[in-house]
Write a protein of this length. Structure first.
Lengths: 107, 280
């Protein structure tokens, strides 16, 4: 991950796997997890966070470990995963300040 | 200007890999993805290190752009094909920037890196070496870039398109939801701006929606007056470069500017008006 992305201040880009937890501060509404297939991490793919009515909120490429992380607002969200070969999955998630919501997805 | 003059699909790029006079360039803020694998023969541009001034908040000047492209082996008459991650945000920014400095033969790969990856197309780790050139840029085209005073003067007069997410627009979040939220500047949006998130212009695989869908989105749904001049902004100017590309290059609207200072500048200015909540 680049310094700029880790700091998360200057740029807007989404580093693979999402910004590292060490860059986060307490009180954030974090949604994070890992994507796997047959027990192995899915390192090429995308996690999308969607609001009501499929409204796009954010997207990160999956990390080498299949990981993703979002800093959401409190509330209900849909997590959608896309991977090569037309693979996709969807989960409903709840986020709240000061909580890390873990969502692991097996494709 | 039509879609086929500015946008190419992955099949076109695959067919032109290695063709003399065609330079494929991956542009991103975090270039580690390029290092792990990129479109064969592609070189990389780092949005921050290569395209931004290291001291002032501005992008590199004409001399800096000439030095950069000469060092990367890009000639004035090369066809430059840009693509990147983040649904082509930074590639669209680079496209806008090539246009600002007068490079005519520039194309964007529809869907960028995401579509290429989801299609399981070939990625390479070979880093090509291109011989040095003597690139000559033109003077910056001021008709494509909005600065802060022009933006303030445009309130209530021109179309202002805020392309951030609805939560950033209303003031609920200060940054996209993949980033921490503890910035110091004020939240909200420029008064009279319409909120048309950049993502509404893109399909799930990162490709642009059709011209008809895009017209319906901006003119119909968002109520932009296409007879008026338009300024697009976001947080740092890359997502709005994506929307600038849609309005100016795909839909062919004549007077569209990107405000690259965007919310990180506007939201920190003293004394300027800010609106919170939904568009009024």
């Amino acid at each position: 991950m680049s310094e700029a992305s880790a700091a998360g201040r200057d740029g807007c880009g989404a580093p693979a796997g999402g910004v590292s937890a060490s860059a986060a501060t307490d009180g954030q509404a974090v949604v994070e997890g890992r994507v796997s297939r047959g027990g192995a991490p899915v390192a090429t793919g995308y996690a999308r966070l969607l609001g009501t009515g499929d409204e796009f909120v954010a997207e990160v490429p999956l990390g080498d470990d299949g990981g993703f992380r979002f800093f959401a607002a409190p509330g209900s969200w849909t997590l959608r995963v896309l991977a090569p070969g037309g693979l996709r999955a969807e989960r409903s998630v709840e986020a709240d300040y000061g909580r890390v919501t873990k969502v692991n997805v097996a494709l | 200007m039509s879609r086929s003059d500015v946008l190419v699909d992955a099949d076109w790029v695959e067919a032109h890999i290695g063709e003399p006079g065609v330079v494929i360039v991956e542009v991103d803020e975090d270039t580690s993805a390029y290092d792990k694998g990129h479109i064969p023969t592609a070189i990389k541009l780092d949005w921050k290190k290569d395209l931004q001034d290291p001291v002032r908040r501005d992008f590199v000047d004409k001399t800096g752009f000439e030095a950069l492209l000469s060092e990367r082996g890009i000639s004035d008459d090369d066809t430059v094909v840009l693509y990147g991650g983040n649904n082509n945000w930074f590639a669209a920014y680079a496209y806008w920037y090539f246009r600002l400095y007068g490079h005519d033969k520039v194309l964007l790969l529809d869907g960028g890196r995401k579509k290429w990856e989801l299609d399981s197309r070939e990625l390479s780790t070979d880093v090509p070496r291109r011989p040095r050139t003597s690139y000559a840029a033109r003077e910056q085209d001021a008709s494509l870039r909005a600065l802060r005073d022009e933006v303030i003067g445009a309130i209530g007069k021109r179309n202002l398109v805020d392309v951030r997410s609805p939560d950033e627009f209303t003031g609920r979040l200060l940054a996209p939801a993949h980033l921490p939220q503890e910035q110091a500047q004020r939240a909200g949006h420029i008064p009279t701006a319409r909120n048309v998130p950049w993502s509404k212009a893109a399909n799930e695989d990162g490709t642009f929606r059709s011209d008809d869908e895009l017209r319906a989105l901006y003119e119909g749904e968002a109520g932009l007056d296409f007879a008026k001049d338009t300024i697009a902004y976001c947080r740092i100017g890359e997502r709005s470069a994506h929307t600038w590309f849609v309005l100016h290059e795909l839909l062919g609207l004549p007077n569209v500017k990107n405000y690259d200072g965007s919310w990180t500048e506007y939201g920190s200015l003293v004394g300027v008006p800010i609106e919170l909540g939904e568009a009024r």
